[in-house]
Design a protein around this ligand. Structure first.
Ligand code: ATP
Length: 345
């Protein structure tokens, strides 16, 4: 199909008794930055390995650019995989590492060098070509692995937790760079991560995996603002799950609702709920946490249950927040921020 980089239909994979992938249907468009997000063991790496051809599906079908590839070997697929441990050759220079894939494909030497240098420039590693991997930092090695993946201009780049080995600061920097690089080269990126913030930051769309299935596919905003299931609401960001029936006045009709902490305002107990479209609940502050840019309130509701509210620190200082502990407050939020989420049986 035009414009479709990857199509998965009824994909399943069992390892003996373990069902790793329990039926996945998915379409990834050409040029998308697509993330597969889920907790450890949810099946995302197995799906990636089946797309790459390292693992044969127990059932189902895989198409790349409209062609069925289900039974093809990895080298027969127009994809390249970047692993977390980079898998660079230690005895080769950076340039040789990057040019290696072209050598295998018998590209003439002069052209290999030109293309390797171009790929190194794309990942901002000009001038590093003569070094060995051991003479590079973790972030630089990561970039070499990317350059090596890009040099053959695959249609699809598969990335399995490629930033997992980096420290937080470098990781955040690489997230921004990787996204910019993807936009620049226009190759479809399929990115596996268990880090919801990383997925939200980088992706055009996200598939949220749970127990070998996909629970939701959507843009970061859709997945965050309109979680399709209680699992998605709790896994992506922090969420308050509330029962509409038991919590009087909190939400309208029966069912389970998700409300994001930053959508809840913390007011004085005496404050009136002024707008009909607002819901409110009163309670006692059980815990208050100063986070620098914001303060987190854990409030035990009179109606039962506990809610987390997050307030930006516009004027508050760390000395002020402790005084809230044990005080009575009113929580208020707009009704549209209480999103109904189905809970599977
Ligand atoms: P992680 O983030 O920890 O890599 P994941 O979501 O990528 O997790 P998978 O690696 O796809 O999950 O694993 C899904 C399930 O399949 C797990 O229960 C895992 O133990 C099992 N599994 C994966 N590979 C194999 C294998 N080669 N043999 C047996 N079981 C496997």
């Amino acid at each position: 199909m035009e414009g479709m980089a990857i199509r998965l239909q009824g994909l399943r994979k069992s390892f003996g008794e373990t069902t790793a992938v329990a039926g996945v249907d998915l379409e990834i468009r050409d040029g998308e930055f697509f993330s597969m997000l889920g907790p450890s063991g949810s099946g995302k790496t197995t799906v990636l390995r089946m797309i790459a051809g390292f693992e044969a599906p127990s059932d189902g079908r895989i198409e790349l650019a409209g062609q069925e590839v289900t039974g093809l070997a990895p080298f027969e697929r127009d994809v390249h995989t970047v692993f977390q441990d980079y898998a660079l050759f230690p005895h080769m220079t950076v340039e040789q590492n990057v040019a290696y894939a072209l050598k295998v494909r018998k590209v003439p030497k002069a052209e290999r060098l030109v293309r390797a240098r171009k790929a190194l420039a794309e990942v901002r590693l000009e001038g590093f070509g003569k070094r060995r991997p051991s003479q590079l930092s973790g972030g630089q090695r990561q970039r070499v692995a990317l350059a090596r993946a890009l040099v053959g201009r695959p249609r699809v780049l598969l990335l399995d937790e490629p930033l997992g080995a980096l420290d937080l600061k470098l990781r955040e920097q690489m997230q921004v760079e990787l996204k910019a690089l993807q936009r620049e080269v226009g190759i479809t990126f399929v990115f596996v991560t268990h880090d919801q913030e990383e997925a939200l930051t980088m992706s055009d769309r996200i598939a949220v995996f749970h127990q070998g299935r996909i629970e939701q596919v959507g843009t970061p905003a859709e997945v965050y603002e309109r979680p399709a299931t209680a699992f998605v609401a709790s896994f992506v960001g922090t969420s308050n799950l509330l029962e509409g029936e038991s919590a009087h006045r909190i939400v309208g009709s029966p069912g389970t609702y998700s409300i994001r902490p930053e959508k809840i305002r913390v007011l004085k107990e005496s404050a009136e709920a002024d707008q009909p479209e607002h819901s409110t609940a009163v309670g006692t502050v059980a815990e208050v946490v100063y986070l620098g840019d914001a303060t987190r309130f854990l409030v035990d509701l009179d109606a039962g249950g506990r809610l987390t509210a997050l307030q930006q620190n516009l004027e508050t200082s760390s000395e002020d927040v402790a005084a809230y502990r044990g005080t009575r407050v009113r929580l208020q939020w707009h009704r549209r921020h209480a999103v109904a989420v189905p809970v599977p049986d």
